[in-house]
Design a protein around this ligand. Structure first.
Ligand code: SF4
Length: 469
């Protein structure tokens, strides 16, 4: 098993004072070998931590004395120290099978690991979940978790996962809920497979068998040009409308039965169907904001100053697999000093000559917002996603190659703003970096509030909280 390696030490932290340094390989904490960052945190929470390390080939022991619960202050190189649990499914809609060749190896990892579900919000099908896993989840209260449901009919679920254990693995979901673990569900809808009455049956099954679920997000499948599955295709406008209608009908049913809406359709459905997004209050707690549910409505509300809610930003489609330093359990998307720089520039004045680069869906969200704000002079450059092709239109999957083509020959004196969600640890999915683009770009956090700041836009409707601050 590879051992965690210290990559950074917080100055004046217990680890710093005890003499731990970057490069140290941690062999054990109080005699136990941590399997992952969760155990690492638990073990290092003790008041006295005996850390066995290897430094320059020498075995050493460092004793850290601190108050119980105080973090050690040593950041390690990855989140899982043993093997990532890969999935044994072969879903037709799996995006990993639809990637072009020669991308970073880590992007081809099909994980189905409940620990990554807890750490990063990755969805797990539970087909490899065991009694021992359940015991650990319950004992260590690894909550919330995120579970792929897709269909509650056993045969359809097994067919979708191409795994006969898919027919029975939702029993673990029942067990998790019985132990009061918070679980969020997801249904990826594939036209002709689990849409229409099967989708309605799935939501009925959720109400009947899993009413304690915290939320259920409904998202359309993504189909890239590399898909080899002939039965996988994008939704038609009519199909998207039907999904929204079923979701909204079930929201009323759930409200009546459980006092909450529970199920939400992703923004992408409203964009495909050309329907207005639901009102802010209809998203309740925005439980699946990071999965593209309610993101557009909240973006608009915060840009226009009607809401001061915090907008969580999804750290790139593959951020959890690819990144994973231990900081806050999340890989940073980009060097935000660049975006802070952008904010400082824009504070001076709103300037002409600004171009926002985004995908087709982003442009559909941004265009009316800028028009209402009287900022129609700001150009929106739609970046066609030729890298993935198919129906891939979200900003989070923009690549350096596509951005380069869009920016080629452009006026270097303009400001070019790109959302940080298309970066994972400072790189695009194709491995390029912002510095490789033909003109200088500014990386902006993909939130309404950050964009308003970057454009020097002062919304008329600022909330009282913002006015005071
Ligand atoms: S469970 Fe996820 S990773 Fe595994 S095949 Fe299905 S979509 Fe791909």
């Amino acid at each position: 098993m590879p051992f965690p390696q210290v990559v950074a030490i917080t100055p004046s932290s217990p680890a710093d004072l005890a003499g731990l340094t970057p490069g140290d390989e941690i062999r054990s904490l109080n005699g136990r070998v941590p399997r992952d960052i969760i155990e690492y945190r638990l073990l290092s929470d003790e008041a006295t931590v005996e850390v066995e390390i290897i430094r320059g080939g020498l075995a050493l022991e460092v004793i850290v004395e601190k108050s119980a619960g105080v973090p050690l202050g040593a950041e390690v190189s990855s989140a899982l120290f043993d093997q990532i649990r890969t999935c044994d499914n072969h879903c037709e809609f799996c995006f990993i099978y639809q990637l072009p060749k020669k991308m970073r190896r880590s992007l081809y990892v099909k994980d189905d690991d409940y620990r990554l579900s807890f750490l990063y919000g990755n969805f797990t099908t539970l087909t490899r979940f065991t009694e021992i896993d359940l015991e650990r989840v319950v004992t260590e209260r690894l909550s919330p978790l995120y579970v792929s449901i897709h269909a509650t009919d056993p045969d359809i679920r097994a067919r979708m996962l191409r795994n006969r254990r898919g027919a029975t693995s939702l029993r673990w979901l029942r067990a998790l809920l019985d132990h009061k673990i918070e679980v969020h569900g997801q249904v990826v809808v594939c036209p002709g497979i689990n849409d229409g009455w099967i989708f309605a049956d799935t939501l009925g099954g959720v109400l009947e068998r899993f009413p304690e679920l915290a939320s259920v997000g409904v998202v359309p499948l993504g189909v890239s040009q590399f898909s080899k599955e002939s039965s996988m295709r994008a939704h038609t406008v009519d199909e998207a409308n039907t999904i929204i209608d079923i979701v909204e009908e079930f929201q009323e049913t759930f409200l009546g039965c459980l006092g909450r809406r529970m199920v939400y359709a992703s923004d992408e459905y409203y964009l495909i169907a050309n329907r207005p997004f639901p009102e802010l209050k209809q998203y309740d707690e925005f439980a699946q904001h990071e999965n593209g549910i309610g993101m557009s409505r909240l973006f608009e509300e915060t840009f226009e100053g009607r809401s001061s809610s915090t907008e969580a930003v999804r750290g790139g489609f593959f951020a959890s697999i690819d990144g994973a330093p231990a900081i806050g359990y999340r890989a940073p998307t980009a060097d935000l000093s660049t975006s802070r720089q952008a904010v400082n520039i824009s504070k001076k004045a709103s300037q002409p000559g600004v171009t926002l680069l985004t995908g087709l869906y982003g442009s559909k969200v941004l265009t009316p917002i800028l028009e209402r704000a009287g900022l129609s002079d700001i150009e929106i450059a739609i970046v066609e996603n030729r890298f993935f092709g198919g129906n891939i239109s979200v900003a989070g999957l923009l690549t350096g190659e596509d951005l380069s083509r869009t920016l080629a020959g452009r006026d270097p004196s303009r400001r070019y703003l790109i959302p940080d969600v298309c970066l994972s640890e400072g790189r695009f999915l194709d491995g390029m970096m912002p510095e490789d683009l033909p003109v200088k770009v500014e990386i902006i956090e993909a939130t309404g509030k950050a964009l308003a700041r970057a454009l020097g836009h002062r919304p008329k409707n600022r909330t009282s909280v913002e006015r005071v601050s």
